[in-house]
Design a protein around this ligand. Structure first.
Ligand code: IVH
Length: 667
């Protein structure tokens, strides 16, 4: 009996260690937070009941650590505790009951309800109003010193002494660094375009960005921060809520949606409201945090181990569905990267029918231990494609066999390779058909050459043997095009004209289009600006390249490798002969009527696309910025602008203009 318990305890520890590793090292969680908590709870209960099996390295003794060796370590003045989790109303009533019992039936107390931001925790130290140090949570006792990176986050004030004077000489303020969903989506679009694998969710993207070695890179990730907790020997008031209001008046970005309530029933109302309304937020939240407002009561309640007794979180249940895994396809991208994609028995999830889900890479598949025929849970997280979060072991059949990851390219049969630093396998054959088609599709795409040609035409041209490289596109004849299914005189003419027009596409877009690995649209722009011509770029060495904005060693090496390759050089020469733009043409700005004005665009517009409006702003000396701040000059409002946006614009007193107003201004 005892040996069975010991075995169970060891099993739970091993499982929890494995999940910790998945979460903190591989950045993929294969079980939900809820299941993790349940395993942890089961282990803690057994350890309390059977202290003879206690162990100092048990997962119950430590919370996951995000310490990174590259940063210096700082000990927290006050440990950074975590919160106990609850998942249903009953558990919350229990929490309320415990508080009442502890404080006495007649105690008078209020709760503060806050959103639980799904990002990464940060602690900021201010001395005489100036940001002195920013530290990650680490293991709760000590964390990474990420001050330089935190300084790049625009919503973290560097110096509050300009705003007011009534703040304590020394205080610490804690909060969550997060990446807005839109920024996350754009980052992933850019990563995919540059041939990199997408990030799993905004939380990982935020914590990854906060820990980049180069703070200039962090700045590009457009992180945001909400501050929700203040500590000091001289706090301004005795209420958590009021202190946060003070912090707001000192210039901190504190949560907008916080409410102070009198009863647990009002807490439930808050939860019910946000369970639906969270879909409309600009960032992910994964629950609600409930805190006792009065600091004296907080102190009386104290903490148990690693979490306070005066606060708790309520976690929303992610919408998930259980379905059967029918098969796994291995897709080959234009860079040769292999992505496993699950084919599922269609299932209804959050208003859509899900048939496919991403399985990311071999490590993730192994961690999930997923087999064909398994019942699997799919969840829609921050990402567009749903993902498989875990399997249902009780529904696994006896015949199921461990899944074998592909060893050879499903398209051309070449043996796959995988380097140590990469999560994905690659097909190393440059002539692998989906890679060729993918490169052509990328080249003709809207952000690159914008040639009027869809996937089907690319396939037809490739299958007919007319186009094997992007350079072949410019040798196409009318006769060849007319031989393709569905092409008539008029459509062939359109295609030829579109190819002709693409010869005017500016250098930076051509550079993006030729598909150098890791060179996304923004990097291409910077390279074009810095080198002016393709020949300068082709001759640049590693040092020169890494001096350019946003170019690290990895990108620089990839550029060098690209131009070293004889086949690539031939393609570039053929494109040059075809008349494409391989030099930057300096365009004078049309006017300086918007000189220095920073303008935020929002909504949809009647006369121009957003890209056109951005170009108009830039050509007239203005600057298009993505989010509203105190320094925004104009808010260019189209249709369908949300009320919360307008509220913010009004709060900052920003001038609102219409599309017509803008056009009038630059006339
Ligand atoms: S208060 C002692 N408030 O959740 C309480 N935490 O498991 C300290 N979080 O590490 C935390 N939103 O990263 C608090 N409104 C909020 C929060 C919040 C998100 C995170 C934070 C913390 C974790 C607790």
């Amino acid at each position: 009996m005892k040996s069975e318990i010991k075995e169970k305890i060891e099993f739970l520890r091993a499982e929890l260690h494995r999940h910790n590793h998945n979460y903190y090292v591989l950045s993929t969680s294969v079980i939900s937070d809820y299941e993790y908590d349940m395993l942890l709870k089961e282990l803690a209960e057994l350890e309390t009941k059977y202290p003879e099996f206690d162990a100092p390295d048990s997962p119950t003794k430590r919370v996951g650590s995000d310490i990174n060796k590259e940063f210096s370590q700082v000990r927290h003045k006050y440990p950074m505790l975590s919160l106990g989790n609850t998942y249903n109303i009953g558990e919350l009533r229990d929490f309320d009951g415990r508080i009442r019992r502890f404080l006495g039936e007649n105690a008078d107390y209020q709760y503060v309800c806050e959103l639980k931001y799904d990002g990464t925790a940060i602690s900021l130290n201010y001395k005489n109003g100036k940001l002195a140090q920013a530290v990650t949570r680490g293991d709760g006792e000590q964390g990474d010193n990420v001050t330089d990176n935190a300084r790049t986050i625009r919503t973290i004030p560097q110096d509050i002494s300009a705003f007011s004077k009534d703040f304590p000489a020394e205080f610490e303020i804690r909060g969550e660094v997060l990446m807005p969903r839109k920024v996350f989506d754009n980052l992933n679009i850019e990563r995919t375009e540059a041939g990199e694998s997408p990030m799993a969710n905004p939380r990982n993207a935020a914590s990854g960005a906060l820990k980049l070695q180069n703070s200039a890179q962090t700045a590009k990730r457009k992180l945001d921060a909400f501050l929700y907790f203040m500590m000091s020997e001289n706090l301004p008031t005795n209420s958590h809520y009021d202190n946060l209001q003070r912090a707001k008046s000192w210039g901190f970005k504190t949560p907008d949606h916080t409410r102070r309530v009198n009863t647990i029933d009002e807490v439930f109302e808050f939860i019910n409201y946000w369970d639906t309304a969270r879909k409309d937020l600009e960032y992910d939240i994964d629950g609600i945090v409930i805190k006792v407002d009065d600091l004296t009561l907080q102190e009386r309640l104290g903490a148990t181990g690693k979490s306070p007794r005066w606060a708790i979180s309520y976690k929303f249940k992610a919408e998930e569905a259980c379905t059967k895994l029918l098969s796994v396809d291995f897709q080959v991208g234009r860079t040769g990267a292999i992505t496993p994609v699950a084919n599922l028995e269609p299932v209804q999830l959050a208003g859509t029918v899900v048939k496919r889900a991403s399985l990311h890479n071999a490590d993730v598949m192994r961690a999930l231990d997923v087999r064909i025929g398994d019942s699997v849970y799919v969840e829609k997280g921050g990402e567009i494609i749903p993902k498989i979060t875990r399997i249902e072991p009780s529904l696994r059949t006896a015949e199921s066999v461990e899944f074998q990851y592909a060893t050879h390219c499903p398209e051309c049969g070449t043996e796959l390779v995988r380097s140590d630093e990469e999560a994905n396998h690659y097909c190393p054959n440059p002539n692998c058909p989906p890679q060729i088609k993918g490169k052509i599709e990328h080249f003709v795409g809207r952000k690159a050459m914008d040639i009027n040609m869809g996937e089907a035409t690319v396939k037809a041209l490739f299958d007919a043997g007319y186009v094997k490289t992007i350079a072949d596109l410019y040798d196409l004849s009318r006769e060849q095009i007319l031989k393709l299914d569905g092409f008539k005189e008029k459509s062939a003419q359109n295609l030829l004209e579109s190819l002709g027009e693409s010869k005017l596409v500016p250098f930076e877009r051509v550079l993006f289009g030729i598909g150098i690995r890791f060179v996304g649209a923004t990097v291409a722009k910077n390279l074009a600006k810095a080198f002016k011509t393709i020949d300068n770029l082709a001759n640049a060495d590693l040092e020169t390249l890494t001096h350019i904005d946003e170019i690290g060693e990895r990108i620089a090496q990839s550029v060098i490798d690209f131009f070293k390759n004889e086949e690539n050089r031939i393609i570039i020469n053929r494109l040059k002969s075809a008349g494409l733009q391989f030099e930057i043409v300096e365009t004078e700005s049309a006017s300086d009527k918007l000189k220095g004005a920073s303008i935020v665009l929002s909504g949809t517009f009647a006369k121009h696309s957003r890209d056109e409006l951005k170009a108009i702003i830039e050509r007239n000396g203005g600057k298009n910025v993505s989010s509203v701040s105190k320094s925004t000059d104009y808010f260019l409002a189209g249709d369908k602008v949300g009320p919360s946006k307008f509220a913010k614009v009004n709060e900052f007193g920003i001038k609102i203009i219409s599309e017509d107003d803008l056009l009038e201004m630059v006339k």
